[in-house]
Design a binder for this molecule. Structure first.
Ligand code: AMP
Ligand code: TRP
Length: 346
């Protein structure tokens, strides 16, 4: 059996798979809400971190931009501390088994399940007829990303919880339909709402790659001056900062900036409020800029170095694809056997 190809997950709590789409620029939300947490898990789990370019093209991506954005995410992963020698960093389209298993899952997953996916409704917008069919079956591909490695844990933001539940439903139905135990039911590791970084322009909106305003987000490649400028322009209210969490009620922009400050300085919101009670925003923004520059500065420098000479990134991704392909092809073959496909010449 091909399952002999699966490297043992000895001495680890399990296997993690997660991914980011190479659309637009990586920003502070991606760092604080995702990549930084992944970095903290790499000692305890065997980790695969993917750049999901096949998910990206479910909505239009400029071909001349996609490769650049893919390398930028890889640079962000490495610069933010994901160790390419200890983890598998790779590009989704370099591992054909994702798409191959996704096809099988298109036949396992039910229309009724996909119809409930809120992200499709959000992304398709009003003109649903014009959405790509890829956008509709996006969650089946995501299930394949995870299950093609038999990942046991998946760190994601709140917004991906529903896709993880669908992944578990697909694993369960596949196992039941084909009388196998092939796929484990992966557990989500959900980042709490506390780590949702909001837009610098509107404290009620998530910081997002797709926000048309460049002032809404701090990019991981922003210079010190850009960071300072964006924080200076960030929306605030007219009151001084409160001393308690209750005092932040109804003040989304103040909450957001304080939460970012707490995350950047590795403290709780309560601890930060002890420092900043009674401050005006101008004083606070100076401190926030210092914190952002001191955390992001070294990451930005390293990202720029990696991007300026992509050979190192390309080498890491090629090696990553090799080890990902090795695992994924083994699991794909097991799935093909379970389905009953005639064995080919392999
Ligand atoms: P996306 O940028 O939507 O492709 O998301 C990639 C990863 O970053 C996911 O794990 C998200 O949950 C996380 N993420 C994206 N935006 C934010 C945000 N504003 N705050 C916290 N996490 C975020
Ligand atoms: N859908 C995820 C997002 O938008 C990205 C993603 C694709 C992913 N495949 C995945 C995340 C597998 C975790 C595991 O953020």
């Amino acid at each position: 059996m091909t399952s002999g190809l699966m490297p043992p997950i000895t001495g680890k709590k399990g296997r993690i798979l997660s991914g980011i789409q190479p659309t637009g620029n990586l920003h502070l939300g991606n760092y604080l809400g995702a990549i930084r947490n992944w970095a903290s898990m790499q000692a305890d789990y065997q980790c695969l971190f993917c750049i999901v370019d096949m998910h990206a093209i479910t909505v239009w991506q400029e071909p001349s931009e996609l490769g650049r954005a893919t390398r930028e995410v890889a640079a962000g992963y490495i610069a933010a501390g994901l160790d390419p020698s200890a983890n598998t960093l790779f590009v989704q389209s370099h591992v054909p088994a994702h798409a191959q298993l996704a096809w099988v899952f298109n036949c396992v997953s039910r229309l009724g399940w996909l119809n409930r996916m809120t992200q499709f409704k959000d992304k398709a917008g009003k003109n649903r007829e014009a959405a790509s069919s890829g956008l509709y079956v996006y969650p089946n591909l995501m299930a394949a990303d995870i299950l093609v490695y038999k990942a046991t844990h998946v760190p994601v933001g709140e917004d991906q919880k529903q896709h993880l539940e669908l992944t578990r439903d697909i694993a369960q139905k596949f196992n039941a339909d084909y009388g196998t135990q092939l796929f484990p039911l992966p557990k989500p590791i959900i980042q709490g709402p506390g780590m949702r970084v909001m837009s610098l322009r509107d404290g009620k909106k998530k910081m997002s790659k797709s926000d048309p305003s460049v002032y809404s987000r701090i990019n991981m490649t922003d210079s010190k001056d850009e960071i300072a400028h964006k924080i200076r322009k960030a929306t605030t209210d007219a009151q001084p900062l409160p001393g308690t969490v209750e005092g932040l009620e109804g003040r989304p922009e103040a909450s957001n900036l304080l939460n970012i400050y707490a995350a950047l300085t590795d403290r709780t919101l309560e601890q930060v409020l002890l420092e900043t009670e009674g401050w005006q925003f101008s004083q606070f923004k100076t401190k926030l800029t210092e914190a952002a520059v001191s955390v992001l500065g070294p990451i930005t420098t390293e990202m720029k170095r990696l991007i300026s000479d992509p050979r190192e990134i390309d080498h890491v991704l090629a090696r990553g694809a090799d080890s990902a392909n090795e695992i994924a092809n083994g699991v794909l073959q097991e799935a093909y056997n379970a389905v009953g496909f005639m064995s080919g010449r392999n």
